[in-house]
Design a protein around this ligand. Structure first.
Ligand code: SD4
Length: 318
C-alpha cells in the first residue's frame, strides 16, 4: 500500500528545499534520496547565509560546514564536521554512510575523503559573506573575543541557522538530515549539534523522525532530536514531543545565564503527522519569525508554537 509522502524543513528558506523533496517523494524516491536532494537545494543557494555556499565563516574567515543524514529503515547514519571548500556536506555524509563502516569524518580528512569520491572544491565565501566577516572583524572588540571562551555566543538575526529535514516516503520509510555552516564567527574547529546523531537529527522507522536548528551548544547537551523521537514512542504527538523537549532543555540549563536558547525542533511521526516548536522569541529577537515548511499535497510555511522558560515543567528543575 502506498503511503502519502511528507517532507518538513526548518525556516522560510526550507520552502524551496521542501518543494524539491516533495517532487521527488511523489515520484517514488526514497526518503533518504529526497532529504539529500532537498538539502542540496539550500546548500547550493548562495543567498542562504547559514548553509553551504554563502554560509558565514568562522572567526578566521573560513567557512566550516557540518552535516548529517540518517536512514530510518536501516538506522544507518553518516556525518561530517568542519568541512571546508565543498558546498554539499550532506552528500559527503551520505557517502560516509554508504561507503565506509564509519559514521562520522571530520575536517581535512572528511574533505580528502570527499575529493577521493568525486566532489570538487570551490570558494564558499561569497562577496556578501566575505563582507559580513570583514565588518565583523572591524567591529570585533575585546568583549567579542571573550564570547569565544566564556558565556553564550552572541546570536544576531543574521549569524546562524540551519536546515533540518525529515521525510516520509511512499514506501513508509523515514529519513532525516541536517546541514549548516554553524554559528557565524565561531571558534575555528567548533562543531555544533547539526552533525551529531541524536542532537541535530534522529530517525527510527518504527516511530518517527526529528531535526533541529538553533543554539547548538545548548541543544546538544539535551540530545534533543533523540528525545523528540523517544517522546513520540511514548505516545506524544510530534508537537507535544517537541514542546516537552524544549522545556527539558531549558530546565536543565540556567535560563538566566544562557538567556533564551533560540532553538526549534520539527518532527514527523511514522503515520505522517507533523509538528514543531520553538523557544519563545524566535531566535535573536521579536523580528525573527520562526517558520517551518511542510510539504504534503503542496508546500506551505507554518509558524510554530513557542515554549517560554516560564513554561518549564517544575519537576524537571529538580
Ligand atoms: C549550530 N545549530 O551550529 C547550528 C546553528 C543553527 O540556528 O541552527 N542556528 O549550532
Amino acid at each position: 500500500m502506498s503511503v502519502s509522502p511528507v517532507i518538513i524543513t526548518t525556516w522560510r528558506f526550507g520552502l524551496a528545499a521542501s518543494v524539491r523533496g516533495l517532487e521527488l517523494l511523489k515520484s517514488g524516491s526514497s526518503a533518504l534520496d529526497a532529504i539529500e536532494a532537498a538539502a542540496n537545494v539550500t546548500e547550493l543557494d548562495p543567498e542562504v547565509n547559514s548553509v553551504g555556499l554563502g554560509g558565514l565563516p568562522n572567526a578566521d574567515g573560513i567557512v566550516e560546514l557540518d552535516a548529517a543524514i540518517m536512514d530510518g529503515l536501516t538506522h544507518a547514519a553518516g556525518s561530517v564536521a568542519g568541512v571546508t571548500d565543498i558546498a554539499t556536506p550532506i552528500s559527503i555524509a551520505r557517502k560516509v554512510m554508504d561507503l565506509t563502516p564509519h559514521t562520522m569524518l571530520v575536517g581535512q580528512n572528511a574533505r580528502a575523503f570527499a575529493l577521493r569520491n568525486g566532489f570538487h572544491t570551490e570558494e564558499l565565501l561569497t562577496e556578501k559573506s566575505r563582507k559580513a566577516w570583514q565588518e565583523w572583524q572591524k567591529e570585533r572588540s575585546a568583549s567579542d573575543v571573550s564570547h569565544f571562551t566564556s558565556g553564550p555566543p552572541i546570536l544576531t538575526p543574521d549569524n546562524h541557522d540551519t536546515i533540518g529535514l525529515c521525510a516520509l516516503d511512499t514506501h513508509g520509510n523515514l529519513a532525516a538530515g541536517c546541514t549548516t555552516s554553524g554559528m557565524a564567527w565561531k571558534v575555528p574547529g567548533r562543531v555544533g549539534d547539526s552533525p551529531i546523531i541524536g542532537s541535530g537529527l534522529y530517525v527510527d522507522n518504527a516511530v518517527g523522525a526529528a531535526a533541529g536548528t538553533g543554539h547548538g551548544d545548548e541543544m546538544m547537551k539535551a540530545v534533543v532530536s533523540y528525545r523528540v523521537v523517544q517522546n513520540m514512542e511514548r505516545g506524544m504527538t510530534p508537537e507535544e514531543a517537541c514542546i516537552e523537549t524544549l522545556r527539558y532543555m531549558m530546565a536543565k540549563r540556567n535560563p538566566e545565564l544562557h538567556g533564551n536558547y533560540g532553538a526549534a525542533l520539527i518532527a514527523v511521526r511514522k503515520d505522517g503527522l507533523v509538528g514543531a516548536a520553538a523557544t519563545k522569541s524566535g531566535f535573536a529577537g521579536p523580528d525573527r519569525l520562526w517558520q517551518w515548511a511542510v510539504g504534503k499535497d503542496d508546500c506551505t510555511l507554518h509558524e510554530g508554537v513557542y515554549v517560554t522558560p516560564t513554561e518549564i515543567i517544575p519537576s524537571l528543575l529538580t
